[in-house]
Design a protein around this ligand. Structure first.
Ligand code: GLY
Ligand code: MN
Length: 473
């Protein structure tokens, strides 16, 4: 199928967008003079190599059908309020395929080479040109030369030329364009890409039929390469260290925000750029709120604290949960629930064998928790387990905390979480002695050809070990 109509409207939009966004920059001279990485804002020596991204683009091409092209936009800058934006975070697909962490960029990936600007190429990237005035406020840019020399692209074009460059998209059988479900229209911004993307999407989805870019990206991203596993291991090690420091320093005199501060200090102190998701520090009744993030409550003496945290290192995030007694000792009821969750988690982890279904750990953990809760008299029927264990045990982990994947069979190179939990809020239909007990235990599991490897096992999980560490503070 051909795709004739989109480009006239597309170019009107892009022209509008670019003339508004980059009009000012035309006054300044392109100034790629030095390629010392420090001079273009690169200070880390362990970033993914250019070859990694190049190989990923080729793997995507291998999956794409003949006569197709995929277009990826960088994430938009998102406004927080007035003149303050949220800290910029690159779109994970865009980062995976390019290594570029700057906004206002577009990469066009063709299945087969086409002629663009007099060169035969199967990929074109449009990037922010260097600009001394803009860089004074917002930091260094790689610029055209930096993207060529550091990220290894051959055809790099300033984004100011996007609307004038014929990328040979017209006439392809399939034009793929990924959906960013978080995208919203920014009515205040003249450079908003929302309408352009919606237009692109409505045209392309209708014409693409079954081939599916999101599926290709999930197929690629769910299997981690050696290079990615190095960064994931680093993110996980930092997170484990933060959990360990929390065990050593937790006291009932603290507030949730102080235990959050303690772990996030360790993230940054160990070189993580961010937390990969808002830290969950739920104590007492808040331990029963699955994604509790306000973290304002003062601890009370017999509270449990669910600490669900993950450092993000060079884009890759960890996700590790421990449930700790703030006074250093689990009560009798807390220990019973804790050990049931631990038993379910251990069996779940053991079941993560290549070839098994993605859902195997959830099924195994669910059966153990249902049996346990019945024996304790907390539920009567197996199906009621959902009242107290309302989520699955696993998600993929990677550039997103809930990473993309195909949810088929477990395959070597995948990293998934195993995180069962039991949450018994106050006023539940069971003996009040169980109320306000919320327990979740979560580890990051690498699927291999043999047994699963627990990448976060360096932070203890058993009651005996945790109480021992906490007693030494
Ligand atoms: N770490 C939060 C979650 O997995 O949902
Ligand atoms: Mn998780």
């Amino acid at each position: 199928m051909k795709q004739p109509k989109i480009y006239s409207s597309l170019f009107v939009f892009t022209l509008f967008f670019l003339s508004n966004t980059f009009g000012q920059e035309k006054k300044n001279i392109e100034m790629d003079t030095s390629l010392n990485p420090n001079d273009v804002g690169i200070f880390d020596s362990d970033l993914l190599p250019a070859n990694f991204h190049k190989e990923r683009r080729q793997k995507l091409r291998d999956l794409m059908p003949d006569s197709s092209v995929a277009v990826f936009f960088s994430s938009p800058i998102r406004n927080r309020s007035n003149d303050v934006d949220y800290e910029y975070h690159q779109d994970p697909d865009f980062y995976y395929l390019t290594g570029l962490r700057e906004p206002h960029s577009v990469v066009v990936i063709h299945k087969h080479p086409v002629e663009v600007n007099g060169k035969r190429t199967d990929e074109i990237i449009f990037v922010q040109p260097r600009d001394s005035k803009q860089e004074l406020w917002a930091g260094k840019r790689l610029g055209v030369d930096g993207v060529k020399q550091i990220l290894g692209f051959e055809v790099v074009v300033p984004n100011t030329k996007f609307s004038k460059t014929d990328c040979k998209i017209d006439g392809m059988n399939y034009t793929f364009f990924p959906i960013d479900k978080n995208d919203t229209r920014d009515t205040k911004s003249k450079s908003d890409l929302f309408d352009l993307k919606k237009l692109f999407l409505s045209q392309t989805v209708r014409q693409t039929g079954s081939p599916n870019l999101a599926r290709y990206m999930a197929q690629l991203r769910e299997i981690k390469t050696e290079d990615e596993l190095v960064l994931m291991k680093k993110a996980i090690d930092i997170t484990c260290k933060a959990q360990f420091e929390l065990m050593k320093n937790l006291t009932p005199k603290m507030a949730e925000y102080q235990s959050e501060a303690l772990v996030e200090f360790h993230f940054k102190n160990e070189g993580a750029e961010h937390a990969g998701f808002p830290s969950i520090h739920g104590s007492g009744g808040n331990s029963c709120i699955l994604h509790y993030v306000s973290n304002r409550r003062m601890f009370e003496e017999n509270d449990l604290l669910v600490s669900d945290i993950g450092a993000e290192y060079h884009g890759y995030t960890a996700d590790v949960t421990r449930t700790l007694p703030v006074n250093g000792k689990y009560s009798k009821e807390q220990a019973i629930i804790y050990n049931l969750v631990l038993q379910a988690q251990s069996a779940g982890i053991d079941s993560c064998i290549a070839g098994n279904s993605f859902w195997v750990a959830s099924q195994v953990a669910n059966a153990i928790i249902a049996d346990g809760l019945k024996q304790l008299g907390i539920i009567k029927k197996t199906k009621d387990v959902k009242k107290y264990f309302p989520h699955g045990t696993s998600h993929y982990l990677g550039l997103d905390v809930h990473d993309v994947g195909t949810y088929g069979k477990l395959t070597p190179g995948q990293v998934i979480t195993v995180e069962p939990g039991i949450y018994i809020p106050a006023n539940s239909e069971c003996d009040p002695k169980w109320w306000n007990i919320g327990v979740r235990i979560e580890d990051d599991i690498l699927i291999t050809k043999e047994k699963p490897i627990n990448l976060s096992e360096c932070v203890p999980r058993t009651i005996h070990e945790i109480e021992e560490i906490m007693s030494k503070k």
